[in-house]
Write a protein that binds this ligand. Structure first.
Ligand code: SAM
Ligand code: SF4
Ligand code: SF4
Length: 366
């Protein structure tokens, strides 16, 4: 039987405050830019989920028992339209956002995604990227590039075909993903980043082969600690292979040295192969929380704003958008939401943190 996946608590306090700030907005001043939250973090990144659907059933993200054949995905009308996403993005840019990442579900499954990319690429001063499982990247890489996409991140947790088919749980072959990565590089979506989530007992043996395979290719593998996102992936602290352990495993065979971050607040720790043949990243989201520098807002497919990956509810911005709210009212409401943000879940999480109702990763992207 399919389990119910928690959606949003639309009646939450944040939603009430958000509605109130929309109503108050005609009287107040233009919102400050950059907006700072309760922990003095600026709003800098926006992750936009363009679909809640996916053709994979990665066991750590959309396990089949929770996302089975009778799972109710969003109806077309519930999803934000491209014009709505582009309008909101422009407002976010006015509030200081400079990095936009399209995600999902599987973003390349959204029909005419190239059209959305064209619309977003026309907005001045933003870095536009996308995260994909690369299942259809081989045929889309060039059209994505032509539409204005700058770079791409491919999720790939192993280069063993048998393990890969087991992890995506739809028997999808590894070779097609590798073709997608090659096509992205040929199209100039570089450097291609490869995200690998490592789960103990499942793919920790993939760490060295991944490092070896992409060493010297110009692509950057980023190893990610398995996280307790959502409420369906059965997370346990014991399943986490720490970033420190990952570095030790690689360093024992291919000597590494740490390098400086590209910019303040970069989430991946950077390590260079001492022989000069490239670099890797490690994202210690569990063992070394980076909430202090977390500057990300997330926009779900159906137009909810989430100030944290581990939130249990989002605030509905689709309703005011469709009810005719003007730009100033929306700007002030978004700024007020950010200013009230106090999230730092990963700094507080322990092995014993009770499993709470949390939004699923496939609704808001990684
Ligand atoms: N379908 C696309 C993909 O897989 O690249 C985009 C959406 S996916 C939710 C975004 C990222 O979240 C992927 O890199 C995936 O590996 C990561 N992810 C999903 N569940 C995770 C978990 N439990 N812990 C850590 N990363 C996770
Ligand atoms: Fe789909 Fe990406 Fe989640 Fe895998 S990680 S199930 S590809 S959304
Ligand atoms: Fe940001 Fe929330 Fe993750 Fe902390 S737990 S880094 S606040 S998304």
């Amino acid at each position: 039987m399919t389990k119910t996946v928690p959606l949003f608590d639309a009646a939450g306090l944040a939603q009430q405050r958000f509605r109130q700030s929309l109503r108050d907005s005609t009287q107040s001043e233009t919102p400050p830019s950059p907006a700072l939250d309760q922990r003095q973090r600026p709003l800098h990144d926006l992750r936009i989920s363009v679909t809640d659907r996916c053709n994979f059933r990665c066991t750590y993200c959309m396990p089949k028992d929770a996302f089975g054949r009778d799972h109710a995905f969003l109806a077309h009308d519930e999803m934000l339209r491209f014009e709505e996403i582009a309008r909101l993005t422009q407002l976010f840019v006015r509030l200081g956002v400079r990095k936009i990442r399209l995600t999902g579900g599987e973003p390349l499954l959204r029909k005419n995604i190239e059209r959305l990319i064209e619309m977003l690429a026309a907005i001045d001063g933003i870095d536009l990227t996308l995260t994909t499982n690369a299942s259809i990247l081989a045929k889309k890489a060039q059209s994505l590039r032509d539409a204005g996409l700058q770079r791409i991140t491919v999720s790939l947790d192993t280069i063993d075909d048998t393990v890969f088919r087991r992890m995506n749980d739809v028997n999808f072959p590894l070779a097609r993903v590798l073709e997608g990565i090659d096509a992205a590089a040929r199209a100039g979506l570089t450097p291609v980043k490869i995200n690998a989530v490592i789960k103990r007992g499942i793919n920790e043996n993939a760490i060295l082969p991944l490092a070896r395979h992409f060493k010297g290719s110009g692509h950057i593998v980023r190893f990610i600690e398995f996280m307790d996102v959502g409420a369906t992936n059965g997370w346990r602290m014991d399943d986490v292979v720490s970033a420190a352990e990952i570095v030790d495993i690689i360093n024992a065979e291919i000597p590494l040295e740490p390098i400086d971050p590209n910019y303040h607040g970069e989430v991946a720790g950077r390590w260079r192969f001492k022989d000069g043949s490239g670099e890797i990243g490690v994202i210690a989201s569990v063992t070394e929380a980076f909430c202090r520098d977390c500057t990300r807002m997330r926009l779900s497919t159906n137009g909810r704003l989430f100030t944290c990956l581990f939130a249990d509810h989002g605030v509905d911005i689709r309703a005011p958008l469709r009810d005719g709210a003007d730009d100033d009212a929306l700007l002030r409401a978004i700024a007020a939401l950010w200013q009230s943000r106090d999230d730092n879940y990963s700094e507080r999480r322990t092995a014993n943190t009770p499993r709470q109702k949390k939004i699923e990763m496939s609704y808001i992207g990684g």
